[in-house]
Write a protein that binds this ligand. Structure first.
Ligand code: GDD
Ligand code: MN
Length: 380
């Protein structure tokens, strides 16, 4: 615990007895929302033993003070007032660590996340046995209120980006959700850092074996105060995705670049130097670069992700990789041989074929061969 942190002693004591559900609410300048939030939670959670953990970054508007007063009045609230630290991600992680409940819900204070959805998350966890339940805007029955077309488009594009860059995020329709439930025993096994706003993404990335379920909800308009999410947050998000994906997307592109060189070199050697027909040169170039790429992906891009060890596993994955490459092989051969026949330089034709087949190969590899979206990981 950091020295600067003051904890509300009185309510810390009350947290001694364990509860079924903890609700972690990070706050910054939410004094005007907090009372209504807590009232609505109290009403929604009748019959469930719960605690509310407010993690406030010493808000200038005194959010922490308002929360402490409510705790004094008997609401089951613990207030963590952070003096020396700031930031949404680390605030959430701090709250997750302090929470005592068997299940923990993370939600915003500004009532954009309806408190009435909290018991639904809890019931879904009990019903399904899931480790993570995401409150989703993008599943049947979910939605957003008062968003412009453009804001909706940006949000959808950001979700799509997560699908592409981070296979583990595919288990939910709303990977950017800040509203979710997580089993405490799972949190305790993960080393969460909160470097990103998107703690849900961090959980999904670090717990590929966790079971995920969803509950729809409608994202409301902010009741009072203002959003802290700026353009900077969008840029950070892209870097967060790359980092959480252990830079696999970048590695994949790098390997692809070396494979392209290998491919074109073989093509040149066979056709340019030895004068072999394109019907043999293109398939041979493809096979050589495919095996080259597989070797590097296995050793580097997806290092440690192969679930079948030894040479037999290597061969089986190599065969699977060929299966996954059928799409890119077809486009490569058709475009490469086709363009050559049309009189275009064979190296340019080969290069065009490689580029077209690339994206398909990337997507199929992470989902179809290494199965990153459903991997049962060691140690979780
Ligand atoms: N302790 C702490 N420290 N809390 C913070 C900080 C901080 O630095 N920044 C924001 N918060 C709190 C806010 O007080 C609020 O309760 C919650 O975090 C969300 O912040 P908003 O500023 O309301 O975020 P938003 O509405 O733009 O974004 C929401 O929607 C996104 C999806 O569109 C959040 O729920 C995001 O998590 C979510 O991804
Ligand atoms: Mn908000």
């Amino acid at each position: 615990m950091k020295n600067g942190d003051k904890r509300d002693r009185r309510s810390a004591k009350a947290g001694g007895s364990s509860v079924s559900l903890s609700i972690v609410v990070p706050t910054f300048n939410e004094a005007e929302n907090i009372k209504l939030l807590i009232d609505r939670l109290a009403r929604a959670l009748r019959g469930i033993s719960y605690e509310i953990v407010i993690v406030d970054d010493n808000s200038p508007d005194g959010t922490w003070r308002v929360a402490q007063e409510l705790a004094r009045k008997g609401y089951p609230i613990r207030v963590i007032r952070r003096i020396s630290e700031r930031g949404l991600g680390t605030a959430i992680v701090r709250g997750l660590r302090e929470a005592q409940g068997e299940f923990i819900v993370v939600m915003d204070a500004d009532l954009q996340h309806p408190p009435e959805v909290v018991p639904k998350l809890y019931e879904e966890a009990l019903r399904s046995g899931a480790d993570v339940v995401v409150a989703s805007r993008y599943t049947k029955g979910g939605g957003v209120k008062g968003w412009s077309r453009i804001r909706l488009l940006i949000s959808r594009a950001a979700s799509l980006l997560a699908y592409v860059l981070l296979a583990e995020s595919r288990r939910t329709s709303d990977p950017m959700s800040g509203f979710f439930l997580v089993r405490r025993s799972l949190v305790e096994r993960l080393r969460l850092e909160g470097r990103s706003w998107k703690v849900l993404l961090e959980i999904l990335a670090k717990a590929p074996g966790a079971r995920v379920s969803e509950v729809p909800y409608v994202f409301e308009q902010r009741r009072s105060g203002e959003s802290k999410l700026g353009p900077r947050a969008m840029l950070d998000y892209v870097f967060d995705l790359l980092r959480l994906g252990e830079y696999r997307a970048l590695k994949f592109v790098t390997v692809g670049a070396t494979g392209t060189v290998v491919n074109l070199a073989v093509l040149w050697l066979l056709k340019g130097v030895l004068g072999v027909t394109e019907y043999a040169a293109f398939p041979a170039a493809f096979e050589t670069s495919l095996t080259w790429n597989f070797f590097l992906h296995d050793r580097w891009t997806f290092r440690g992700k192969r679930r079948e060890p030894g040479p037999r596993g290597w061969l089986r994955y190599w065969a699977r990789y060929h299966g996954a490459a059928l799409g890119s092989m077809t486009s490569y051969l058709v475009i490469g041989i086709g363009l050559t026949k049309l009189g275009i330089n064979y190296l340019l034709a080969g290069f065009t074929g490689i580029v077209v087949g690339f994206l398909a190969n990337y997507l199929i590899s992470q989902y179809g061969v290494w199965s990153l979206h459903s991997q049962a990981s060691r140690g979780d």
